[in-house]
Design a protein around this ligand. Sequence first.
Ligand code: SF4
Ligand code: SF4
Length: 158
Amino acid sequence: MFLKQYFGEIYGAVKSLLTGMKLTGYYFTHHKEIITEQYPDNRATLVLPERFRGEVVMLHTEENTHRCTGCTACELACPNGTIKIITKFEVNAEGKKKKALDTFIYHLELCTMCNLCIQACPTDAIKMAQNFEHSVYDRSLLTKTLNQPGSKLEEGVE
Ligand code: SF4
Ligand code: SF4
């Protein structure tokens, strides 16, 4: 009785192993039929869902203009201090002093991708980008300046 049960279990284990190996062997010789792919092998064809949030970025035109007035609404909306807006004063065509963006500092390492800053921006100056490969060895590289060097406020944006 004991021996029957013992050999029965061995038989069951070997049968189960061979069943699995049969399927593995099939896909080993039929690569084109594999429908699942592991990242990063599928990086070139990777399609992320439309709503995927990877990083806050500032939009710039080809003329290097942006739509950020430096109003700080995004900074105030951010729940964890990820954004720091540094402003400056510029003299406009009428000779009046006007507040303008100097530096938009974004701490990617703190960002929870909650989207509150994007919703708070009255001029649609920032948006969520889908890039997600953010790993770096130096943590300071995750602190970014979002306004490009030499960029200016787009005309007509108040
Ligand atoms: S997505 Fe959320 S956490 Fe990230 S900067 Fe915007 S408000 Fe802050
Ligand atoms: S990104 Fe938008 S909300 Fe933030 S400072 Fe600029 S204009 Fe204001």
